[in-house]
Design a protein around this ligand. Structure first.
Ligand code: HAX
Length: 432
């Protein structure tokens, strides 16, 4: 089977033809109306951009190139990257070629370690990760080709090179940040004969006698890979990339969005919430105790982290997948048991609280079900990864695959610079 680069090169003319045909045939058709509420409300639900790598259906969750996530949960993350870009599941040869490409680009330059080790000791791991990606911008192949002069139809070629460099180096940087930030010792080098996910697990340096932590890392990196185009990180990366800023700038920008507590940072908050709950009641709480704690959180004006979603209206299949992993590999773990029980209580609490909000004239809570962040932390905690502020870094290593594949596709299609029209409140008052 063709390598990723060969297969994508084959697909580029087809993709361009398809989009050209769609624009010719349907260019004038409407796909969305915009209400004033949507314009003030984070553009929720407005169809105004294209993403072909994945879609999120409110009642199904993540679908990668036509495959519902749980149907491709056995794929290793690098195979998912191949799938995101091409729509094909790679065979062993293509996977191995991609693994070698990533290993060949896994070298972390010394200046990155110099920058990371000179950052203040209390720097957030996400700030360290995004800084490291940004300082490597000088290596961008896209920037070098652009400065030398290239035609627009070549843009995707150096973008692919930048994507492979970023994905190759990211596990080493991310694991190194864990070791530096939490005093775990020197960074551990990449091993060429190991897959991408197992490499990351190994470089973190946590004991893994059963190999189950490496299994979890592959699953984790698979599950967080992409979530269509409109979420904060993907949308930010897309916007920055649309100005032809290279992948180092664009991915770092997108990950800065992932660092927000309503987005990727929710996973650090989730486990914190679960542990506070367990501490308050001295172990795995009863359903009544959980209900009391959830109401207390909500009535103090906070959100219950890990629950609700801007698009999803069912249990996130990524939560389901992690929950199955927990039942299989750590059924007796008290933190996992608490997460599992919270799942039976919190949706009912949110439903009741939503009714209270509506009675008080506020918006309802649109989705009572768990999202990806509700359960992943308990699994990481079980294997000794106990530093919650680090969790969004794991998410980032995975999500870089989605952001980078969207960037490559957009450069291949010559997507225009993003420039929606804003209007003022005075304009709305006069015209809406
Ligand atoms: N707890 C309490 N209130 C909640 C809630 C929750 N879990 N989920 C939604 N609400 C509230 C919202 O804050 C909003 O209140 P206001 O109108 O007063 O601002 C109201 O219900 C309506 O919100 P919504 O339409 O249901 O949801 P949004 O699209 O506005 O927000 C969020 C989606 C994910 C941000 C939201 O559900 C939330 O804050 N959840 C908790 C944090 C979380 O788990 N974030 C991770 C999401 C997954 C992700 O992106 N990971 O990266």
């Amino acid at each position: 089977m063709a390598t990723l680069q060969e297969r994508f090169a084959e697909l580029v003319p087809q993709m361009r033809n398809e989009v050209g045909g769609v624009l010719k045939e349907k260019g004038g058709n409407k796909i969305s109306d915009v209400s004033v509420k949507q314009a003030y409300g984070g553009m929720r639900g407005i169809k105004g951009m294209i993403c072909d790598t994945s879609v999120v259906e409110p009642d199904k969750g993540l679908i990668i190139r036509g495959y519902p996530l749980l149907e491709v949960k056995e794929l290793w993350p690098e195979e998912i990257f191949y799938l995101l870009l091409t729509g094909d599941k790679p065979d062993d040869d293509a996977t191995q070629a991609l693994q070698l490409d990533l290993a060949a680009r896994s070298y972390v330059p010394d200046y990155v370690w110099d920058v990371l080790t000179s950052m203040p000791a209390d720097s957030h791991p996400m700030c360290m990760l995004n800084t490291a990606i940004l300082v490597m911008q000088r290596e961008s192949a896209f920037k070098a080709w652009y400065d030398k002069g290239m035609t627009k139809d070549q843009y995707w070629i150096p973008m692919m090179e930048d994507a492979l460099r970023i994905l190759g180096v990211l596990p080493g940087i991310a694991a190194g940040i864990y070791r530096i930030r939490y005093g775990k010792g020197d960074p551990i080098p990449y091993m060429t004969n190991l897959d991408w996910g197992a490499n990351y697990a190994r470089m973190l340096g946590l004991p893994d006698p059963t190999g189950n932590f490496a299994k979890l890392m592959r699953l984790y990196l698979n599950f967080h890979c992409d979530h269509e185009g409109g979420n904060v990180s993907a949308n930010t990366c897309h916007t920055v990339g649309s100005a032809l800023s290279d992948a180092f700038y664009a991915v770092s920008a997108g990950l800065n969005g992932l660092a927000g507590p309503l987005h990727g940072l929710a996973n650090q908050e989730c486990l914190d919430w679960i542990l506070q709950l367990m501490e308050k009641f001295g172990g795995v709480p009863t359903a009544e105790q959980m209900e009391e704690f959830a109401f207390e959180t909500l009535r103090s004006g906070k959100v219950v982290p890990g629950y609700g979603h801007a698009v999803l209206r069912v249990t996130d299949p990524r939560f389901t997948g992690f929950n199955e992993f927990g039942h299989k590999y750590l059924p007796d773990d008290a933190v996992f048991q608490t997460v599992d029980r919270v799942f039976t209580v919190v949706p009912k609490v949110l439903e009741a609280f939503s009714a209270e909000r509506v009675a008080a004239g506020k918006n309802p809570i649109a989705n009572f079900w768990p999202n990806v962040d509700a359960g992943s932390g308990a699994l990481l905690y079980h294997y000794g990864l106990e530093e919650f502020p680090y969790y969004t870094v794991l998410f980032s290593v995975s999500r870089a695959m989605g952001m980078l594949s969207q960037l490559i596709v957009n450069r291949a299609l010559g997507t225009a610079i993003t420039r929606p029209k804003s209007v003022s409140t005075k304009w709305i008052m006069a015209n809406a």
